[in-house]
Design a protein. Structure first.
Length: 364
């Protein structure tokens, strides 16, 4: 099995058109294509968005029996499919099933005179599906015959601020971390590249990062420590109703410009106290980006053996306050901001405290 990268993610949402409009107006995504009953996708409406090398497929069910409708009813809007680019979807599927994976959909082919796309699916974690995608011919075609592409939409744009999906963060219930990691190792051939126990006040959580041999697909998988006080991981699992993707991180080459632009479009980011920046120079030394640029925007910075990285979380816009986005800018760094995790999670705690009542429910 050769997993090269994350080909795309598919979100199941209540209203694909409305979510598409929001992502386009706020983050600069563009509509690349559409699909629905009229294109051979019965019972659903899909909108394909793109920016840089990122592809996001938004799908809404048109009846209660559609998987997207059932997913949204249980979990709310969220990532339902993570798709891996591979040189042979049939081989990847066969290898995964032979290694103990549960097959959902064997290889299927979509093609026209420009491209051929083969995909197959296995069960991932929780209700999230893993899809293997093999592409031949023009990359301007996403799923020939069923996703009708907008003319010239996939040509890219000079003002794209987001490049690729850097990683996705996954929350699993207590006791499921090791089995989830073992699944990724045995079925997909991923390896653990980093692990740590994180303490934030009275909360605790264990995190392990798995990555494909190519380095193109990375997942941070987190479980709560139920011997400590409940916190936002417990909140996510309760509000999402089980394991799921907590956030997707997009790589940007200029995080300062990206955050400024997105704030100007109405995006709200997690607030970082000014005190975070007081000891920054003593902790990290000189930074590539000036503190005077980072402080007013709330951007965090960390350093590892390979270089520096900058990151920030957007506030969740979902009614359940579950899924959200992260921006990350890597200046050589390969890790995930270990020293920033308390600051990031404390920022999310402040956000969640505004909507969490004493019983741990959501105010709406």
């Amino acid at each position: 099995m050769n997993i090269a990268s994350i080909d795309h993610v598919e979100l199941y949402v209540g209203d694909a058109t409305a979510v598409a409009q929001s992502l386009c107006s706020a983050y600069g995504f563009r509509v690349y294509g559409h699909g629905g009953p009229e294109t051979g996708l019965p019972g659903q409406r899909s909108v394909l968005l793109g920016q840089g090398a990122i592809r996001m497929l938004l799908t809404s069910g048109l009846n209660q029996g559609h998987p997207a409708s059932q997913f949204v009813a249980r979990h709310g809007d969220g990532v339902a499919v993570a798709a891996f680019r591979t040189d042979s979807a049939a081989t990847a599927y066969a290898d995964a099933v032979a290694a103990g994976g549960s097959g959902i959909r064997p290889p299927c082919t979509w093609e026209n005179d420009q491209a051929s796309v083969v995909s197959a699916e296995i069960a991932g974690f929780g209700d999230v599906v893993y899809r293997f995608v093999e592409r031949r011919g023009s990359d301007a075609e996403f799923q020939p015959g069923v996703i009708e592409m907008e003319p010239g939409a996939a040509a890219g744009a000079d003002d794209d601020m987001l490049c690729v999906i850097d990683h996705a963060a996954v929350c699993v219930p207590a006791g499921e971390l090791d089995t989830t990691i073992a699944f990724h190792e045995q079925v997909l051939g991923f390896t653990v590249i980093f692990q740590e126990y994180i303490e934030i006040g009275g909360q605790g959580m264990m995190s392990k990062v798995v990555q494909s041999p190519s380095g193109g697909a990375t997942f941070t998988i987190i479980e709560p420590d139920v011997s400590r006080h409940p916190g936002q991981i417990d909140d996510f699992l309760g509000w999402h109703d089980g394991a799921g993707v907590q956030h997707v991180a997009f790589l940007t080459k200029d995080i300062v410009q990206a955050v400024r632009t997105f704030i100007g479009r109405g995006v709200e980011f997690a607030v970082t106290p000014s005190s975070y920046y007081v000891m920054l120079a003593a902790r990290l030394g000189a930074t590539d980006l000036q503190v005077e640029e980072l402080r007013p925007l709330g951007i965090l910075v960390d350093r590892d053996h390979w270089g520096q990285m900058y990151q920030i979380f957007a506030k969740s816009t979902h009614i359940r306050r579950t899924y959200f986005l992260e921006l990350i800018d890597r200046h050589g760094a390969r890790t995930f901001g270990t020293s920033n995790i308390p600051a990031l999670y404390e920022a999310k705690e402040r956000e969640l405290a505004e909507i969490r009542d004493s019983a741990g429910t959501i105010r709406v």
